[in-house]
Design a protein around this ligand. Sequence first.
Ligand code: V55
Ligand code: FE
Length: 521
Amino acid sequence: MTSTSQYPNLTTKWPQALDLAGSNMPCRLEGEVGDLIVKGEIPSAIDGTFYRVMCDPFVPPDPNNVAIDGDGNISAFRIRKGRVDMKVKYIETERYKLERRAGKALFGLYRNPFTHHPCVRAAVDSTANTNLVYWAGHLLALKEVALPYAVDPDTLETKGYDPFGQVKAKTFSAHPKVDPYTNELVVFGYEAKGLATTDIVIYAVDQDGKVHDEQWIKSPWCAFIHDCVITPSWIVLVLWPFEANIARMKAGKHHWAWDYNLPVTFIAVPRRATTSLPSGWKPGEYRVYSWRNCMPIHTAGAWETDDGKLYFESSRVHDNAFPFFPPDDGRMPAKDAKADFVRWEIDLTQPSGTKIPDPLVVLDVPSEFPRIDERFMTHEHEFVFLNVFIPDKSDGSANIFHGLNGLAMHSHKTGETKWFYAGDDSLVQEPVFIPRSKDAAEGDGWVLAMVERRGEGRNDLVILDTREFERPIAFVQLPMHVKAQIHGNWVEASGLPEWKSLVREIPEVKISNKGALEPLE
Ligand code: V55
Ligand code: FE
């Protein structure tokens, strides 16, 4: 690598920030690569597309903005017959188009309209950068601050905003959950009536895109609600100890401030008016439970029992994991803040306001992005797949955002954990599970994840067989570096429309007879 630091007279409009340098340097690529080089062999039973989304600012951001507010840029990897095509394209949000046309940032701080240029105040302030979920024929590009953008799953062209259009809410979580037993997408949105409101909407979208079971509840304070879990009867929302406050926003500061006095809080809500309620529950009721100050970033699975217990699993940071949203007094999280993976238990027969017991530590390892075999979402499951920091290896660090160097597959039944270490100078991103077949046993299949080869300035997709998790069966080699994703998902080809243009197909070639070996007339 050539160093440019010896030319200090050469300036750039890009802020000099850690989240815009090194492997966080904006990717900004759009295009396609056909037939990527594969090392190893991809089983032909793997037939579908891995969609992932990067947080990838197109214009130099406001120097005070946070790293989670860059434009959403999709990468799609179409895997079929052992071969892989790749396509990369920005989601053309209103915000992206306005800023790209202006050639500069018009939006200021994350979710703070008072810091935006007045000409964009009425525009949708979504970068659509957090998750991609395929539902009811739409590839939904999600950001929890707004409604979904729908993207064409083949061309990746942005088709429009709010494809379902039936609910009067301003927001839609980036972590809706598919109930595979009822074929519903369970959705929530918070700050659902507008900036800093405590209104939460919950509903389900059926396979045809029709909304039902809409309900509105109130949050105990304007909390940051990134993820949830579902069981057959319940949705549980996870409230992080941040607070939004209009006065702070008007003062030109951040939407969120951590509050060390707030506990992590869980709102348990019956999914349907017809849900049979535990004794003591009144129709229309929901209950609020809390623990201590901590940040469970992402959930894995959840299940319920007949005696009114709810179990759910999550990653947990024992402090503020978003130091870019500090408390109003500026206190920074502990440098050595612990992180682990835990199982929470809620006894629904207890009244609202109950403090729940300490969770069970399932894996005492810094980990993030836990995933399950989602065919079993809502039911008790055996396996969890996680992105982990493997401490006895040289690379990575316990910082869950800058140091996850491996993957783990953990069995609740046997207690055994299997590890995949990505190799020297490499970091791994969120795993996705691909079942071996429609009816395969739980956890029998493959795990796919993006690996960043920091030393090479390049990436690989790794494919692991869950029957021999430690030894990869294939690496799909990208010829370039792509930024870390926020989230990604696997979509089986059987559920997708036909792939036509993802990577240009060459039509029949008519030979010209002008080649060198053809004699001149
Ligand atoms: C998260 C990420 C976001 C966001 C809110 O990881 C929460 C959590 C990439 O954007 O807007
Ligand atoms: Fe997330």
